[in-house]
Design a protein around this ligand. Structure first.
Ligand code: SAM
Length: 282
């Protein structure tokens, strides 16, 4: 394999020069490849769609973890759905107030192979005593569990294959059922420049369960197309607008060392460009 061409978007793809293929097989659920590149370090793709690279993973993992946790302010119980590479788990566990991180991942091979070939991404998080790793379908877990969580983070693949069920109205309703009062749900919601319908769908479907549904953004180089939207659902409308001084104090106290997240970037991420606002229609 000399190059890897991603096939996520019709008529457009990003292409990586490949210097070495570390693993490439079909797991029980998806085609998994991990390869070395000169530009983005190691890359993991599922069903030919880039999931994570060692060069830019910090952007997405910091924004999908720290924004809800610092906005909420006191989340001892966190649920992660998906997130097989362990990057979200790593960032969540950096918050000392987190007492337990329950991670529900459908494909155990993703966890095993990322621990082996991309250890710097989970950075020991799977061995943290606060980690509770459950290998099952996230949609089944939220439908059946009697546990409650203060923050739910859906770090899923795109709505194709096993990830499709994590973008439905009933899934969001079950996430709502599993949240403690004032809890917040955040989700991976694609790149609106290419996946505009995902914004409208999520806004409508999540909106059926939450008083405040919307998005915030991050810019991840290998999720091509500019802004990535991250879904936001909560009944506490104040959580999207936490005072900058409060965020700064919480950030300071948590002594997080980040490379993308700052309290100012946190607040700015909720200021959406007009083309994304226009997609948020009932
Ligand atoms: N950051 C990436 C992105 O934005 O596309 C996602 C990375 S993470 C590897 C995606 C994970 O979601 C994978 O490990 C995949 O196995 C998992 N996944 C997909 N469908 C799932 C489901 N129904 N329940 C639980 N995990 C699921």
């Amino acid at each position: 394999m000399k190059r890897f061409d991603e096939i996520l978007h019709q008529g457009y793809s990003q292409s990586f020069e490949v210097t070495d293929v570390l693993f490439h097989e079909k797991t029980e659920h998806q085609d998994l490849v991990i390869f070395e590149t000169p530009t983005f370090g190691r890359v993991m793709a599922l069903d030919n769609i880039v999931q994570v690279t060692t060069k830019d993973e910090y952007v997405y993992h910091e924004m999908l973890a720290h924004v809800p946790l610092l906005a909420h302010g006191n989340a001892p119980e966190v649920l992660i759905i998906g997130g097989g590479d362990g990057g979200i788990l790593r960032e969540v566990l950096r918050h000392r107030k987190v007492e337990r991180a329950t991670m529900v991942e459908i494909d155990g091979s993703v966890v095993d192979l990322c621990r082996k070939h991309l250890p710097e991404i989970s950075d020991g998080a799977f061995d943290d005593p606060r980690t509770d790793l459950i290998i099952t379908d996230g949609v089944k877990f939220v439908a059946e569990t009697d546990k409650r969580f203060d923050v739910i983070i859906v770090d899923s693949t795109d709505p194709v294959g096993p990830g499709e069920v994590l973008f439905t109205e009933s899934f969001y309703a079950d996430c709502k059922r599993c949240l403690t009062p004032g809890g917040v749900l955040v989700t991976q919601n694609g790149v609106p420049f290419f996946q505009a319908q995902e914004v409208t769908n999520t806004y409508q479907r999540m909106g059926k369960s939450f008083a405040d549904t919307g998005f915030y953004t991050a810019v991840v180089p290998t999720y091509v197309g500019g802004f990535m939207t991250l879904g936001w659902g909560t009944d506490d409308e104040t959580l999207r607008d936490v005072d900058i001084e409060v965020l700064r104090v919480r950030f300071e106290i948590s002594s997080l060392k980040t490379r993308y997240y700052t309290p100012d970037v946190h607040r700015a991420a909720f200021a959406l460009p007009q083309f994304i606002l226009d997609l948020m229609t009932d």
